[in-house]
Structures are given as C-alpha cells and as structure tokens.
Design a protein around this ligand. Structure first.
Ligand code: KG4
Ligand code: ZN
Length: 337
C-alpha cells in the first residue's frame, strides 16, 4: 500500500511517499529555518504563509521523486494535530483537496504518533509493545506504546518541553535558532561538571518532568556572571544544561520501564537527535540489557516519511476521515474517537 503523506505542523513543509509503513519511496522537506532565524524562533503567521507557498511544489516533488502518479497511490495522509494551528490547516486543506479530487481515503495522523513511527522506518524489525520517550519542541512524554494505535501516557512535562527548555537556554547563551541543535553542537566537548544546575523533581509523580526551573537557573547563571564581569563558558554551561535534561529524561524513563516491565525502549522526536541523550540512553540500556531503538538522525526532526509510516497503521485500524476533517493545536496522543 502506497501512501502520500503531508506534514506542516511547524516550520517544515514536507511530503513523502511511503510503502506499507516501512519503505520510503521519497521524502521532501522544505525548511523555513532561514526565514525564522532573524526572529530567534518560529513566527506562526510566517510559517503558515510559507507552507501555503511551498506545499504544492513539495508534494509534486515527492510524487516525481517516488516515480509515481495518483493512480499508484492508495491513501492521502496528513498531520492534523498537535501543532501551530495556521500551519496545520495548510497541510490539512491541501490533503483534503487531493483526497477530494482523487477519491482516495484521507488518513489523519497525530504528530507525536508519527515521531514514534519514524522508528518503524529506521528499524524494520521494531514492533509494539515498547516504552517510548517522545521529546520534541512542544512535548516531553513517556508513552507506553501497546500497539501501533494504542498509546497510554505514563509521564509528561508539567511545564516546558525538553526541546523548549534547550531552545530557551540556547537563546539566553546567545546561540541562534534553532537553539537545541546549536547547543548540542557547541557543547560536544564541554565539561558538564563546571556549572551546577538543579535537577527538578515533580512532587507526587516519579515519571513527570519539569524543565522551566532549569531554564531559569541557566538564565540566572548568565546574569550573575555578567554582573560580576565573569565570562560564561557556553560549551560548558551548554553541556551542563543538556546533561541535566538528559538525566531527568533517562532516569524517569528507566523508572517507568522497570515499574511497567518494558525491556524495549524507543526514543523519538526532534530532541532524540541530541548526541548526549543518545549516548546516555544507549549506555543505560546496555547496562540493563534492554534493547534500544532510535531514529536515524535524518528522521528525528519533522518530516513526512514518519507520517506515511504511522498512517499505514492508522488506516489498517480504520482511522479514516471525511472531508470535514479539522486541525487541532492540541490533542492528546492517546485520543481515540
Ligand atoms: O520534533 P521537532 O522537530 O518539532 C516539534 O515537533 O516540536 O522538535 C524540535 C525540537 C526543537 O526544540 C529543537 O531545538 C530540538 O527539537 N532539537 C534538538 C536537537 N535537534 C533538534 N535539541 C537538542 N539537540 C539536538 N541535536
Ligand atoms: Zn515534531
């Protein structure tokens, strides 16, 4: 089964053709980074307009790269939630137009589910059940993936997402957008022990996260150093910030895996590209004798191939929408109609 998938939830306009949920025939991504860089972050209005401009060409290229026509396609899939609402609506409406004109079924895909599904492309043998740490710019979840379309949230952030925390910390350190990526790069050889940052805990939950205090601690170190005329070492402070975030993410995931009895761990979302997090997760899984799956780096960030992968399983489960499909800025991953 060949699915044409579309993604426009944030600042990448993407389209892909994916066969049977696992084989990527094409994947095209038009990044808007250069447009948003001057503002230090994504400007939603600009994102929507750029999606509107790019989407037709991106979809055409995905079709021609895959060497297929619409008669070869079996379904149209689209990210419909969660994300920037104006951005999502561009993809959803384009997909609806395609479904209407071709008569093909329309498959709505949850963005975080698709991040998890990126792993089905990278690891052809991976099947649920498993425990997944999904970490992106807007979400940080520990999710029990019981089946391809059956999810339950075990832990979540109470405030900022891991990516958001690193983006804000990076910005405070004077690094350009996209902050998390640049923080990762600059702190590769940094000494994480030079700056002490608090390890935030959440009262009443051993699986939830809280990252907003960490960001504030980073900002305070920068301000205090400035006042004293001391230069901050960005590689070392960055390393400390990432290590602290990774500590929280890894520790809670380990607790959840032990208590819920999972020995298969999956990493997903934009932050799963982080080099320190990958190393830490790899080390702990080796120590515990657990199997770890991480998406290849090109599939960690937003792309449409992962949408096509998840759409295959959504379709098989009967999750097909009609032309009244709407987009939603928020939507829990375990939502089912
Ligand atoms: O999944 P994603 O591409 O978009 C959302 O769904 O939010 O995640 C974007 C987030 C951003 O916060 C970005 O800074 C972060 O992922 N990110 C990273 C790295 N690459 C992307 N954070 C830390 N290290 C990285 N290498
Ligand atoms: Zn994402």
């Amino acid at each position: 089964m060949k699915i044409l998938a579309i993604e426009s939830s944030c600042d990448e306009t993407a389209a892909a053709v994916v066969e049977d949920g696992r084989r990527v025939l094409s994947s095209v991504i038009a990044s808007q980074v250069s447009e948003h860089i001057v503002y230090g972050g994504v400007v939603p209005e600009i994102a929507s307009r750029m999606h509107a401009q790019a989407i037709s060409g991106v979809v055409s290229k995905a079709m021609s790269d895959a060497g297929v026509g619409y008669s070869d396609i079996d379904a149209i899939a689209v990210t419909y939630a969660p994300g920037l609402i104006g951005a999502l609506l561009v993809g959803v409406n384009f997909a609806k137009g395609l479904a209407y004109s071709t008569g093909l079924p329309l498959v709505p895909v949850h963005h975080l589910r698709s991040h998890i599904a990126a792993n089905y492309i990278s690891h052809s043998n991976l099947e649920p059940p498993f425990l997944c740490l999904v970490v992106s710019g807007g979400h940080s979840h520990i999710v029990a993936v019981r089946d391809y379309t059956d999810f339950s949230i075990i832990g979540r952030t109470r405030d900022d997402a891991a990516g958001e925390c690193m983006d804000k910390a990076a910005r405070a350190m004077g690094l350009p957008y996209p902050g998390g990526v640049n923080l990762d790069k600059i702190s590769v050889n940094g000494d994480a022990s030079l700056y002490k940052l608090p390890h935030p805990r959440v009262d009443g939950s051993e699986y939830d996260f809280s990252f907003s205090g960490l960001k504030t601690a980073v900002v305070n170190i920068i301000h205090n150093s400035k006042q004293k005329g001391i230069e901050v070492s960005v590689p070392d402070l960055g390393a400390s910030c990432i290590e602290t975030v990774a500590d929280c993410l890894v520790n809670n995931t380990v607790k959840a895996a032990e208590n819920y009895g999972f020995d298969k761990i999956v990493l997903a979302g934009g932050v799963s590209a982080n080099s320190r997090l990958r190393k830490r997760m790899d080390a702990v899984c080796k120590e515990k004798g657990w199997k770890l799956y991480m998406p290849e780096l090109s599939l960690c960030g937003d792309n449409a191939a992962m949408v096509g992968a998840q759409a295959y399983y959504e379709y098989k489960n009967g999750n097909v929408a009609d032309l009244s499909l709407n987009a939603f800025a928020t939507m829990p991953i375990d939502f089912c109609e």
